[in-house]
Design a protein around this ligand. Structure first.
Ligand code: ADP
Ligand code: ASP
Ligand code: MG
Length: 412
């Protein structure tokens, strides 16, 4: 008999019928004798609705009040799911994050979990109850309600699984596993039987929002067996595992991630002297703006062009900061482009294969797609391209790396 932590996302609890279906599924696991802790998200669309209400009142609501507001979504679903379980004859109890005592830091809207008191959950489990916990939320040391960032219920589930030393953390969603790329964009995307923590972390960081980045980090750090499955149909889903040394040959590229969240800023005529990069990026970092990719061209006549990307939400602020910077540095114009996309290929197999970049660049070039920026790490290559070519690029790469080829269906 296992201890399972199961998380059901927004679409999986989107209606009362769906909540009843979740109760049936949880009930089946109970009948098999497993202990179950369930983490639920708000009903689909609810968190967005709450955020929109806040913006009707003011442009920049205080983060503390935002957390009080958006955490209510999950409180609705824990109560409804517990009722559905009780109706079906299962003993169940709902808890908000603060009732469980999920203690976080005080960074409202993007808090990090520091500690979880698993005692009360254990008492309920020992008494034969299903424990239903609100995802996405916790409280700081002063009792203020905090939330963990969009998609944060995944992290709640993994953190509870780590605290309870659960046998498996199951993330139930509207797709039946992790795919080679977003199946909503590429029809021929293929479900992966397994993916390593490291690859999943890159995929999530580079835009595959099927799991929150922090959930994957947490699972890797505490070695929580993590599985992504569908709440709509049966199946094994995708297991996120440690790298298997004895596995048969890995595919070179396991998946393709992409995002449209970034914007590009370019300063021309930057003096090609020591300290210029610092002169540009320090004020950006002082303004609390995170920089992703950076390219500095080879200087000509002691001048160079400096390009970097930031989150689109920070684009206007970054532009303002740069206007001040160019004067100080004696640099030229500040240019910008918000219509860019980042496409990345990810795979631990890249470590032992040369020529991966060539295949990538060839596939893009064949489609006439211009690469604006490139960045690489041991297990990924990312390129920035014009946003309008995003889907074409993902499809081209998907077939160039034979991801939609049934012949490479399984690697383990
Ligand atoms: P939930 O509400 O259950 O948390 P999400 O919308 O956060 O669900 O995550 C599931 C979605 O992630 C899928 O519907 C799919 O469109 C998207 N997605 C993006 N990349 C991938 C991928 N590589 N594999 C599977 N799903 C992906
Ligand atoms: N309800 C929150 C969101 O929409 C948290 C989650 O669903 O994981 O982001
Ligand atoms: Mg999600």
């Amino acid at each position: 008999m296992a201890l399972l932590v199961q998380k059901y996302g927004g679409t999986s609890v989107g209606t009362t019928e769906r909540i009843e279906a979740v109760a049936d599924r949880v009930g089946r696991f109970r009948k098999e004798g497993h202990d179950v802790v369930v983490v639920v998200s708000a009903m689909s669309g609810e968190t967005n609705r709450l955020i929109a209400l806040a913006s009707d009142i003011m442009e920049e609501p205080t983060p503390r009040e935002m957390d009080v507001l958006v955490s209510t979504g999950e409180q609705v679903t824990i109560a409804l799911l517990s009722m559905a379980l009780q109706k079906k004859g299962f003993d169940a109890r709902s808890y908000t994050g603060s009732q469980v005592r999920i203690v976080t830091d005080s960074s409202h809207t993007k808090a990090r979990i520091k500690q979880i008191d698993e005692q009360n959950m254990r008492k309920d489990l020992d008494a034969g109850r299903v424990v239903v916990v609100a995802g996405f939320q916790g409280m700081d040391e002063n009792g203020n309600i905090t939330t963990l960032g969009r998609g944060g219920s995944d992290t709640t589930a993994v953190a509870l699984a780590a605290a309870l030393k659960a046998d498996e953390c199951q993330i139930y969603t509207d797709v039946d596993g992790v795919y080679t790329t977003d199946p909503r964009v590429v029809d021929s995307a293929r479900r992966l039987e397994r993916i390593t923590f490291e690859e999943m972390l890159e995929m999530a960081s580079l835009g595959s929002k099927v799991l929150q980045i922090r959930a994957v980090e947490f699972a890797g750090k505490y070695n929580v067996p993590l599985r992504v499955l569908s709440s709509f149909k049966e199946g094994n889903g995708t297991l996120i595992t440690l790298e298997d040394e004895n596995a048969m040959e890995q595919p070179v590229v396991s998946g393709i991630a992409f995002n449209r969240d970034e914007a590009k800023l370019t300063i021309s005529g930057v003096p090609d002297t020591p300290g210029s990069a610092l002169g540009i990026l320090k004020p950006i970092s002082d303004a609390n703006i995170e920089v992703d990719m950076i390219v500095q061209n080879v200087g000509e006549d002691n001048k160079t062009a400096f390009t970097f990307t930031v989150h689109r939400n920070d684009f206007k602020r970054a532009q303002e900061v740069l206007r001040g910077v160019t004067k100080e540095l004696g640099a030229g114009e500040v240019g910008g482009d918000t219509k860019i996309a980042k496409v990345s290929i990810v795979g631990v197999g890249m470590r032992s294969h040369a020529g991966v970049a060539t295949i990538m660049f060839e596939a893009l070039s064949k489609e006439g797609i211009n690469i604006q920026m490139i960045s690489t790490s041991e297990i990924k290559i990312s390129v920035v391209i014009d946003e309008k070519y995003l889907e074409l690029a993902v499809r081209a790469l998907h077939s160039a790396f034979e991801l939609d080829n049934a012949g490479v269906e399984e690697t383990f």
